[in-house]
Design a protein around this ligand. Structure first.
Ligand code: DGT
Ligand code: CA
Ligand code: CA
Length: 576
């Protein structure tokens, strides 16, 4: 069985969780989490490195001990330490830590006092009002727990795109080896680039389906074969990801790909358009009566109803048909359009790499500029910068810029928006920077009116360039705070400042429909990695995906502009 980076990371996270519940040394806990993050961010398979005998300690945060554990997990699928822990603490206890507001201390109390060891047990106890009685809990906390559990149930079983990508890419590569297979494509919501996917849909074209089917169900990561026929099969992988496979003849490729890419809402409209022309669309082609008139390529399917090809990210029935008919489909932004990144951290705060390492990694990826935007002092956990340390960093950036060629560092800050809408650093300090990113990291539960006023006030600040991760949501973990996004968007337009599309796979914030709204209102967006390490720069692909789902074109994206232009745009945001 192949072990993917996400699997090793999951084992490390679980060990960290259990250590935390045990009240172990926080440094040990942090080392495991750090390593888990390295693995999740790693762009190649660590199993591959193990197999090739490469030195794992070259990876950030991986020492000898953790390197040994990685090797063990790759080879056995688990770690002996974890199995030891499982003898002491039921595995389901760690699920409790996933619930917002429940840290190790509270989980320990729930386990000791109420013998709660799983999410269903917690839900029952909270519903019965038994949780509030525990010291340090109370009625409010109990209600938060219940709210959080409702969110969880609703989103159950969906996989974040970046996690699904690890499984999808490996499986697609495996299926490409099938004898007789000519094309292998991941379709469904995965191809449309949705932020989470329910299951993975894979299309294979082949003259004969038999050998593809055999190879598919023999995939070593398959836990259970749910259904298997001549041309269709469904399996559940050990990761619990479900995969649907369809095999069709080569000349049906376009029609089948269109069909399995969906979305359902999009395809319903497409079929209606076909009907109006006396045509029928199925996964085997476009037909007039018995006669097949199209289907080899997706272009031919859309052309049959008089439309240009529509990019998968737009196929949600959110205006793409009207735009296609009018010849106004957007020319969606692409990764190579980006010339810079306007949000990155260094080890001055909670990042892992130095200014120089970040600059070189950005240059290596073909970027022309990178904004250094470490946290401000309020975020003590992240060692946020006070004015003095920020000024020192600015000097350091000046000195470094003088020696660097091919890449320019911009001087910025990710400043906390305080509860009252003020910024966490004084104006005279902020005014010396190239850009100011404002971010909400606290008081997520204000009323919609208060939250909106708070953010608008921050944006009205004389120096305010970009609103970071504007909705504050974390996919599957934290709902967005309540805010009137249209007013925020209009404020950005009024102030000439920008909104961020944060590319971190857990954020992807702004979301697609708000990107579309911002674009319609004429606001520029910055697609940023929010990188906390050189590896994080790789996440830009997920930000691009989200931006494409939001209909953004190169011209809508501030960091697609050359440095001089960006400087001019940023300067305007810094002197209101
Ligand atoms: P997901 O898996 O929940 O993230 O979303 P999708 O869009 O991947 O949905 P899924 O896996 O149920 O189906 C994949 C595609 O296959 C879907 O986008 C359109 C097509 N499809 C599935 N079921 C039907 C159906 O009953 N009729 C038609 N016309 N198409 C279907
Ligand atoms: Ca699917
Ligand atoms: Ca499916």
């Amino acid at each position: 069985m192949a072990v993917h980076n996400a699997d090793v990371a999951a084992v490390f996270e679980e060990i960290a969780d259990l250590l935390e519940i045990e009240g172990a040394n926080p440094f040990r806990v942090r080392a495991y989490r750090f390593a888990a993050r390295t693995l999740r961010d790693l762009s190649r398979e660590v199993a591959d490195m193990v197999e090739k005998g490469e030195d794992l300690t070259s990876l950030p945060g991986i020492g000898k001990d953790l390197a040994g554990k990685i090797k063990e997990i790759v080879e056995t699928g688990t770690a002996a330490v974890l199995e030891e822990y499982h003898k002491k603490i039921p595995a389901t206890v760690t699920e409790l830590l996933q619930i917002p507001g429940l840290g190790p201390k509270r989980v320990k109390a729930l386990s000791r006092e109420l013998h709660i060891h799983s999410v269903p047990e917690l839900q029952k106890a909270a519903q019965e009002g038994r949780v509030r009685a525990l010291p340090g809990f109370g009625e409010k906390t109990e209600q938060h727990i219940l709210d959080a559990l409702t969110v969880r149930v609703r989103k159950d079983r969906r996989f974040k795109l970046a996690v699904a990508a690890q499984y999808a890419e490996a499986l697609v590569a495996y299926l490409r080896q099938s004898p007789g297979a000519s094309r292998v494509m991941a379709a469904g919501s995965y191809r449309r680039g949705r932020e989470t996917i329910g299951d993975l849909d894979i299309l294979v074209t082949a003259r004969q389906s038999g050998s593809v089917m055999e190879r598919f169900v023999a995939y070593p990561e398959v836990e259970e074969v749910l259904a298997q026929g001549e041309t269709k099969a469904s399996v559940r992988l050990k990761s619990q990801l479900q995969v649907d496979l369809r095999v069709v003849p080569d000349d049906c490729y376009g029609a089948a790909l269109q069909y399995f890419t969906g979305s359902k809402d999009h395809s319903v409209v497409l079929r209606q358009l076909a009907q109006q022309r006396g045509l029928k669309i199925s996964e085997y082609g476009v037909f007039r009566g018995e006669l097949r008139v199209a289907g080899e390529t997706e272009e031919s399917v859309y052309a049959a109803v008089g439309l240009p090809w529509i990019p998968p990210e737009l196929r949600e029935n959110r205006g793409e048909f009207e735009a296609a008919k009018a010849g106004r489909l957007p020319h969606l932004v692409e990764q190579q359009d980006l010339l810079g990144d306007l949000h990155a951290h260094t080890k001055a705060t909670d990042g892992r790499h130095s200014l120089k390492e970040m600059a070189e990694a950005a240059r290596h990826r073909g970027l022309k500029y990178l904004a250094i935007t470490d946290h401000s002092r309020r975020l003590t956990m992240a060692k946020g910068l006070d004015p003095q340390r920020l000024l020192m960093q600015m000097d350091e950036i000046d000195r470094l810029n003088a020696t660097l060629s091919g890449i320019r560092l911009l001087k910025g800050i990710e400043v906390d928006i305080l509860e009252d809408g003020n910024l966490d650093l004084p104006d005279d300090v902020l005014g010396r920077l190239d850009l100011v990113i404002g971010a909400v990291h606290s008081y997520f539960r204000l009323s919609k009116a208060q939250q909106t006023e708070r953010i608008l006030k921050a944006m009205d600040h004389p120096h305010f360039s970009i609103l970071a991760h504007p909705s504050g949501r974390l996919i599957d973990q934290r709902e967005p705070y309540e805010v009137d996004m249209l007013r925020v968007i209009r404020k950005a337009r009024e102030r000439g400042c920008f909104l961020e599309v944060n590319a971190h796979p857990e954020r992807l914030d702004l979301t697609d429909t708000y990107c579309q709204m911002a674009k319609e209102e004429g606001v520029l967006l910055a697609i940023n990695t929010d990188a906390h390490s050189t590896l994080d720069l790789e996440n830009i692909r997920f930000g691009i995906g989200q931006a494409r789902r939001g209909w953004l074109e190169k011209a809508d994206v501030v960091n697609s502009r050359p440095l001089q232009e960006v400087r001019t745009l940023l300067k305007r945001t810094m002197q209101a």
